[in-house]
Structure formats: C-alpha cells, structure tokens
Write a protein that binds this ligand. Structure first.
Ligand code: CP3
Length: 333
C-alpha cells in the first residue's frame, strides 16, 4: 500500500505523507532549462521522455511521498480537439469551441490523442524512485474545465455572461464529465495510485448554482473513481462551504485552500484532509515557514492528514525553502 492509501484506507495518523501541488514546475531551474528548449507546452506534455524527467525532478531533490504526473488540466480540451496554447506571462489561450465536432468525438479518438500521457505514467510507475511512493493522476473539475473551454482563458470574477445559456452549459458539463472519466480510467489503468480533482474555479459559482455546476458532476466523478477501487482527492478551491461539499460529493480526501481556517475544518470534517499552507509563506524566511508549518501539523496531529500547500508552488519560490519545508514535515514528532 502507498503512503497516501495508508492514510485514506487505514486512517493512519502516524504518517503525514507530503507532496506539493505544482511540485514539478517553474520554480525549479532544471525544469526551466527543459522548458526553454520546448516552447510548445502541449507538445512538452506529450513528450514521454521529458514528462518522465520533469515528473521525477522534485522526487530526486526532495524527500516527497508522491510524484504527480507532469501534465495539465487543459489536456482534456486538447483531447477534445480544441486548440490550447500557453502564452508567456499570460497563461492559457484556447481556440474556438466547435460544438458540432465535440458531439462527434469518440472515446477512442480522445484516448489515442492523449496516449502519450498514459504511456508516460506507465514508464514512470516502473521507475525505482516510485517504490513506496504514490503516483498521482489528475483531472480538472468539470466546472473548471468548462470555464476554460467557454471563456478560452483564465476567468475574471464575473461569469454571468458565460453561463447564460443553461441548456448549453448543462449539456457541455455532461460531455466534459464523461470524458474526464475516460481520462481518469486511462490514468488508473496506466498506474496512477490516486486521482486528484482540481476544481480551481469552484469558488466562482453562486450558491444557487452549486448543485448543478459543482456537486452533481463532481459526485459522478468521485463515484467513478471509487468504482475503479482508487482513492479520490477533491480540491474545490475557494468554495465557501467545505463541509457541505464533502457531505454531498463524498471524496476520500478534501484538499483545503489557504483561506480556510484549519481549526474549523477539523471540527466539522471527519474525512482525511490535505493541504492548507499558503504558498506565499515559502517566499518568507525559515523561521516563519517553521512556525506556520508546525501550526498545520499540530492542528492535524490526531487526524489523517496529507501535508500540502493551499494552492500550487509559486514560480518565484526558492527550491531551498521547499527542501526546508519538506524536511520539517518529515522530522515532525
Ligand atoms: O507539478 C504538478 O502539480 C503537475 C503538473 C500540473 C501543471 N498544471 C503543470 C503546469 C498540474 C497539476 C496543473 C494543474 C492546472 N493547470 C490547474 C489546476 C491547479 C491550479 O493551479 O489551480 C489549472 C487551473 C491549470 C491551467 C493552467 N496551466 C494555467 C492557468 C497555466 C498558466 C499559469 C500557471 O499557473 O503556470 C498553466 C501552465 C502550466 N501548467 C505550467 C505548468 C508547470 C507552467 C508552464 C510554463 O509556462 O512553463
């Protein structure tokens, strides 16, 4: 059993596995070096040799308990034949969404297009560095993927215009949810030991739309992951009511963002918890990092807990601070 599976299935409180969202990425000079030579981000995510190298970069440096496949939540729109580009210092830019084409794409076409992702997982899984470590596969939450496909870039606060046509959004959510399940199944079959659902824009949904846009599609995906005998981690970033979210969607683990109060979480939520520490803390100093990290470890001492941040590692982070943080968690008594 892997470290994360021990926490989930045995509710083990004695081990505090640690991994970080965006642990493979721009704060690492060895990643930036590869990125400079590979200007097309999607092509890089489909390059098996480089994906393996990048996924293992943080594992070689730090005492982490899990690797996360180097990929992106926007590989799914790409698999659905929508153009996806990444502009430097701007973020993703997606092409027009061709609805007529979307309805025609088969599971087989989609799987073929994303096959390098699955082959990468297979070879990473076999590497000796993965012994006693989790290999995390992931998808975007259906809502977050929908937002990117319709808005064609990272959203600002107001999404009213985007979701005006309720019929269209619910049709699209259903199609996206089905393909996310295909992507999950392929990742699990290729060796992923856990699946995390990144719903980065869950916090933008109004209360009255939560059931339709977040709860119902997420529940479907969580159930699907469980049907594959695989653990699920949900990260509904900035959602107002984490307790209600977990009660309704029933994931194995709830990953919390840095704005929520961990003391309130531990009082209300009985399932294993992941994350919380503000990634900005890593930009400060060792004394402060130690103080804030110990706070989370103290609060979750008697609760099944996976150490992580409340969002991804920031690009300007010093890798020495990441090393310091991980050693603090590993040496915590
Ligand atoms: O180490 C890991 O966590 C695995 C790899 C990973 C990436 N993206 C690589 C990446 C994961 C898990 C993601 C998830 C992802 N992608 C999310 C959910 C998590 C979150 O941050 O909220 C979202 C919303 C995306 C979409 C996306 N991809 C954006 C908005 C951007 C550009 C801005 C940014 O945050 O970097 C990307 C590009 C991206 N994905 C990079 C990496 C390493 C940077 C690429 C580069 O320019 O070099």
């Amino acid at each position: 059993m892997t470290p994360i599976q021990k926490v989930i299935y045995h509710k083990n409180k004695n081990i505090k596995p640690v991994w970080l969202m965006r642990q493979a990425g721009r704060y690492l000079p060895e990643f930036r070096k590869i990125r400079r030579k590979n200007t097309n981000f999607i092509d890089l995510c489909l390059n098996k040799k480089q994906v393996k190298k990048i996924t293992l970069q943080p594992i070689k440096r730090f005492n982490l308990d899990a690797a996360i496949i180097f990929s992106d939540i926007l590989m799914v729109p790409y698999g659905l034949d929508q153009d996806v580009n990444f502009k430097k210092n701007y973020g993703p830019i997606l092409g027009e969404l061709e609805l007529k084409n979307l309805y025609k794409i088969s599971h087989k076409d989609f799987t073929n297009k994303l096959n390098p992702v699955y082959e990468s997982l297979e070879t990473i899984k076999k590497d000796k560095l993965l012994k006693n470590r989790d290999l995390i596969g992931f998808v975007g939450g259906p809502w977050t993927v929908l937002v990117y496909m319709l808005n064609k870039k990272s959203p600002k606060k107001n999404l009213n215009k985007l979701i005006k046509d309720k019929g269209l959004t619910s049709d699209l959510l259903e199609i996206i949810t089905n393909f996310l399940c295909v992507h999950i199944k392929n990742q699990v079959q290729s060796g992923a030991s856990v699946i995390q659902i990144f719903d980065s824009w869950a916090g933008l949904v109004k209360k009255k739309d939560l059931e339709r846009n977040i709860y119902e599609p997420t529940k479907k995906i969580v159930n699907f992951i469980h049907s594959l005998k695989t653990p699920s981690i949900c990260f509904p970033r900035n959602i107002e009511n984490y307790k209600e979210f977990t009660d309704v969607t029933k994931p194995d683990v709830i990953s919390i963002d840095y704005k929520v109060d961990p003391i309130k979480i531990i009082k209300n939520i009985k399932i294993p918890v992941q994350g919380g520490l503000d990634p900005e803390i890593l930009l400060t100093n060792k004394k402060n990092i130690k103080l804030k990290t110990q706070k989370y470890l103290d609060i979750f001492k008697n609760h099944p807990y996976i150490f992580n941040l409340g969002h991804g590692v920031l690009p300007q982070t010093n890798p020495d601070m990441v090393e310091y943080l991980i050693n603090l968690v590993k040496n915590f008594k």
